[in-house]
Design a protein around this ligand. Structure first.
Ligand code: TRP
Length: 447
């Protein structure tokens, strides 16, 4: 390995770093509101199915591509493909990372303001309408959200400039356990509220009449978004996993962590929301508008509100780290940029585009493309289109255009995938995953 390709120092380090990339706003902010808007327990059930049937095999595939080639996404497809044609898949991944980072950093930035607002008690004791007003005044004000976004992007850039082991792995090893601990504290608070059963029922009791093409697309998009699949994030992290580590175990651990955090977030949010008679399908505002009201009504609300937003900020940070790494690894290996220079340049680039996402809550609120603001468009395009389509193309590439032996050889390092287990995996990647992806993408287009 050359000096550029330092990797994770241990399997636990790899799992925590990749789980850090996967666990993010997607689990605590996006999952609850998607579930709230798409039928509660029924959504959870479909989601579970997608995570283990399609998510885990796909994550392993991304790891195989990354570890097998020891490369960033673009380099990986260049080395693995028999023709240049497949390189576009890598480029697709870089573009997706850029777009996601641009809108993701807006919401990540909000967490900083909300940490300050809750710590200083400015959210407590407000009327329902005033809490909503605080949120809309804040997001529309442009300056503060943009500054927070900038700040968040800067912190991420600093971590990435320290490299894979000293930056990403070290930060994730501290933050992930902290995140988990805070989440459990919040769960206990929420479940012990009077009337919390209604929220738990909403989360866990499936109503099958709620399942339709849109639920499926939403659940698939959410599982991809949450597991960071279909765009090369896990290709990049996979290239840092040691050869002796089992990819099956690693992928399973990451997916279980990711799922657990999403469900715990649901347990924090829904019992509290129902307990105080609020609306569970409020959409993206759920955690910023509905929750502060909930905190206002509970004993110790100021403390719990602060803990919640700190938690959200930590989850977001380990994910922005992984988003930036996808792009930086590419510039370092393909364009020969220095890591530190690249961290600065890419961060500025993302801020330059990302600030338009911030402004789409204020001055650019009425600037609509296909009926959506820039922020909504970036979210929709990446989660519902780029990630599923990217994943579809990846399964076709791996299942149909890469020699089976190459995959088998790489995936069975670390002793995880021999015999029938490999055959099942290969069958999913060659037939099941592409078919499922195709049906869902098409039905999404038609509906
Ligand atoms: N998985 C992250 C979350 O749940 C979001 C995300 C999507 C992501 N794609 C990514 C993070 C790529 C890092 C890299 O919040």
């Amino acid at each position: 390995m050359d000096s550029k390709r330092n990797g994770f120092s241990s399997n636990v380090g790899a799992i925590l770093a990749a789980a850090g990339g996967a666990v993010g706003l997607g689990n605590i902010w996006r999952f609850p509101y998607m579930l709230g808007q798409n039928g509660g327990g029924a959504f959870l059930l479909v989601y579970l199915l997608f995570v283990f049937m399609i998510g885990v095999p796909l994550m392993m595939t991304e790891f195989v591509i990354g570890r097998g080639t020891q490369s960033n996404v673009v380099g990986a497809y260049r080395k693995l493909g028999t023709t240049k044609r497949w390189v576009f898949l890598g480029v697709f991944g870089i573009i997706a990372a850029f777009l996601i980072y641009a809108f993701y950093s807006v919401v990540a930035g909000w967490t900083l303001n909300y940490i300050v607002l809750s710590l200083s008690g400015q959210l407590s004791g407000l009327e329902k309408e005033t809490v909503a007003q605080v949120f809309s005044d804040f997001t529309q004000s442009s300056f503060w959200p943009a500054l927070s976004q900038f700040f968040f992007i800067a912190i991420t850039g600093i971590v990435i400039s320290f490299g894979v082991e000293k930056g990403i792995e070290r930060v994730s090893k501290v933050l992930m356990p902290v995140l988990f601990f805070l989440l459990v504290v919040m769960c206990v608070r929420s479940i012990t509220l009077p009337g919390s059963e209604k929220g738990l029922l909403f989360l866990f009791k499936p109503d099958f009449s709620k399942i339709n093409a849109n639920t499926l697309l939403a659940a698939l998009g959410q599982s991809f978004f949450s597991l960071s699949l279909g765009m090369g994030a896990m290709v990049t992290y996979g290239s840092y996993i040691r050869k002796q580590d089992s990819l099956l175990k690693t992928s399973n651990w990451i997916s279980v962590c990711d799922l657990l955090v999403a469900i715990l977030a649901g347990i924090v949010i829904f019992p509290a929301v129902f307990s105080f008679g609020m609306n569970p399908s409020a959409g993206p505002e759920l955690v910023y508008v509905v929750l502060p009201n909930v905190f206002n009504n509970m004993p110790g609300g100021v403390v719990f509100a602060s803990v919640f937003f700190i938690l959200l900020g930590i989850a977001a940070l380990t994910s922005t780290i992984s988003l930036l790494e996808i792009i930086v690894a590419f510039t370092v290996e393909e364009l020969n940029w220095k890591r530190s220079t690249s961290s600065v340049i890419v961060s500025f680039g993302v801020f330059l585009i990302g600030v338009f996402c911030t402004l789409s809550f204020g001055p650019l609120k009425d600037f609509l493309i296909f009926g959506r603001t820039i922020f909504e468009l970036f979210d929709l395009v990446t989660a519902s289109y780029i990630m599923p389509i990217g994943a579809l193309l990846m399964t076709i590439f791996i299942g149909w255009f890469t020699p089976k032996e190459v995959i088998k050889e790489e995936i069975s390092h670390g002793d995880s995938m021999k015999g029938i287990l490999f055959d099942i995996y290969y069958f999913i990647i060659r037939y099941i995953a592409p078919a499922a992806l195709l049906v869902i993408i098409i039905s999404g287009f038609l509906s």
